[in-house]
Design a binder for this molecule. Structure first.
Ligand SMILES: Nc1ncnc2c1ncn2[C@@H]1O[C@H](COP(=O)(O)OP(=O)(O)OP(=O)(O)O)[C@@H](O)[C@H]1O
Ligand SMILES: [Mg+2]
Length: 534
């Protein structure tokens, strides 16, 4: 159309004829734009459908990995992996369809058309495209490490932000704000440098192509002028060739831009693959634990050290509890009490020995029945910004309000719950340490486990709350096997057995009554020290 327009105008055609050609050209341009819009819509859908599924899969996978993995990676870093990396891939998929495929098609089309007009000029254009394409492919290598570095820097920043924001109370209370901000500056400066480098390389590539295209256009213009002079081309064809040369530029530039996106998508994909390749070290077993009643516990010759940390935290631990018996676990801070509890819950596997619950080695236990039959109340109870109901059920389908109220009642929170403005739908905020502990009891009542592990909060509680906790605890332990990690010896007045841990070893183990009666026992002396009646 361009050629016809120019040649007809030169030949003195009528205004009507020229207007018709112009209108046709306009209609084509509009149709092209419409096609582009539809493609963009389709490409976005394609990318988001796929990546949403990927995100879901990654989240599920990350949640399924064991605590050892989560100890090594901050939540923020995982968010960046599950979200940031996937977005980088989605961006690329959209861009790939729109820019890369469309760009390559356009280039091929231009080459074919120019070749049919004049094969010599077509060959020149082809040679030129090959040279520029080769240069770009070489330059692409420059961009690889810089894109990977800027993604890693971004993950570090997000990880740090998440951790510091979660700890804002401690940071503020200890006056560590200034240092935190300084650290934030350092990490953001690293990100800035990485991004800056990345952008600089991108700009350099762009500048390089601008020069190449200016030169290319000049050469094409020269060739066309020469052909018109020689009489082999009309002016319209020369204009057409010039226009096509200009058209080559846009897809090339978009392709260059895509190289960077492609790099970051590639880096993202590699990290996604690495995350998916992480396998939980704890392989799930298939034997279910006994479905009802209290469960016996046998800890046999257990030794343990945390992964990536050579220090032996537990060694030679032997404990036996018949169904329904309770064990009080005492020992100094850092002696390994919580660690032993984690092994009983199979949050880690012991390095030596085994843990049997209800006669089943936990390595062979079916995870579903394990989570259902063993309950734990941790030292610091995690509460969620959600309703009381969701905090009790931990977002699982509710077993019915009646059971929830009953659990609260059993845990000693009946009075507190009765005062809630919206009942179970009240948003939970600002519980005291004692209340949080009671809420965790209520959670345990709901799941009705056969073995409970209570890791008592070490914070001081007022005598009234302490009383309520003790009552809740004895109700929870009725007809259940229990391991109680106690910081206050008064909580251990009703346990059957006592184990005293010191530096990861059991230094004293026996029936509570015997130990309390023995004037030389460690436990007896601890009771004396704490001023608790033997
Ligand atoms: N996730 C972990 N990774 C590496 N080492 C850990 C981890 N958790 C605990 N430890 C180490 O294991 C040892 C035992 O810790 P543990 O938490 O079991 O002590 P504890 O007896 O429960 O102490 P407390 O009475 O203060 O609660 C400590 O030396 C601690 O530094
Ligand atoms: Mg502990």
């Amino acid at each position: 159309m361009t050629r016809q327009f120019v040649d007809d105008a030169g030949g003195g055609a009528g205004l009507r004829h020229l207007t018709l050609i112009a209108l046709g050209y306009l209609a084509l341009a509009v149709a092209g734009q419409a096609a582009r819009t539809v493609t963009a819509w389709l490409a976005s859908r394609l990318a988001w459908d796929g990546t949403d599924r990927l995100r879901e899969r990654l989240t599920e996978h990350a949640l399924g990995l064991d605590l050892a993995f989560h100890g090594r990676h901050t939540p923020g870093e995982l968010i960046e992996r599950v979200d940031g990396d996937v977005v980088a891939v989605a961006d690329f998929v959209v861009a790939f369809v729109l820019d890369v495929v469309a760009g390559v098609l356009l280039l091929a089309g231009v080459l074919v058309v120019v070749c049919t007009v004049d094969w010599r000029i077509g060959c020149a254009l082809l040679a030129y495209c090959v040279v520029v394409g080769y240069g770009m492919a070489r330059a692409q290598r420059l961009a690889v490490p810089s894109a990977a570095r800027s993604r890693a820097a971004s993950a570090t920043l997000v990880g740090m932000l998440e951790e510091r924001l979660a700890g804002v109370e401690d940071i503020r209370a200890n006056g560590a704000g200034e240092h935190t901000v300084r650290r934030f500056h350092q990490v953001s400066a690293a990100l800035f440098r990485a991004e800056n480098r990345d952008a600089r390389i991108g700009t350099m590539l762009l500048a390089g192509t601008s020069v190449a295209f200016a030169a290319g256009t000049a050469v094409m213009l020269g060739l066309a002028a020469w052909a018109v002079e020689a009489g082999t081309l009309t002016v319209g064809t020369a204009v057409l060739l010039f226009q096509y040369t200009l058209m080559v530029r846009a897809p090339f530039e978009r392709l260059i831009d895509q190289i960077r996106r492609y790099q970051s998508a590639l880096a993202g994909l590699a990290r996604i693959a690495a995350l998916l390749a992480e396998k939980p070290a704890l392989t799930p077993g298939t034997s279910p634990l006994p479905a009802a009643g209290p469960l016996g516990l046998r800890v046999e010759g257990v030794g343990f050290s945390y992964p990536d940390d050579g220090e032996q935290v537990l060694s030679g631990i032997d404990v036996t509890l018949a169904p329904g018996e309770t064990l009080g676990l005492v020992g100094r801070t850092g002696s390994g009490k919580t660690t032993l509890a984690r092994l009983v819950l199979r949050l880690h596997d012991p390095v030596e020995g085994r843990v049997r619950v209800g006669g089943v080695d936990l390595r062979e236990a079916d995870p579903r029945s394990l989570r259902g039959r063993i309950g734990m109340v941790t030292q610091d109870v995690q509460l969620f910004a959600a309703s009381v109901r969701d905090n009790l059920t931990l977002f699982r389908p509710s077993p019915g309000d009646e059971r929830l109220w009953q659990a609260l009642e059993h845990a000693g929170l009946g009075e507190w719950a009765a005062g809630l403005p919206d009942g179970l739908d009240t948003e939970l905020r600002g519980l005291s340490a004692g209340q949080a502990q009671l809420l965790a009891f209520a959670r345990a009542f709901l799941s009705d486990p056969g073995l409970v592990v209570l890791d008592e909060a070490s914070s001081r509680l007022d005598p009234a709350t302490e009383r309520r906790i003790e009552d809740g605890m004895s109700r929870l332990l009725r007809d259940r096997t229990g391991v109680i990690i106690a910081h206050r010896l008064s909580s251990l007045s009703r346990v059957d057995k006592i184990a005293v841990l010191d530096h990861g070893k059991i230094v004293e183990y026996g029936r509570r009554a015997d130990l309390a009666a023995d004037p030389d026992s460690r436990f007896g002396r601890l009771l004396d020290l704490a001023g608790v009646r033997r």
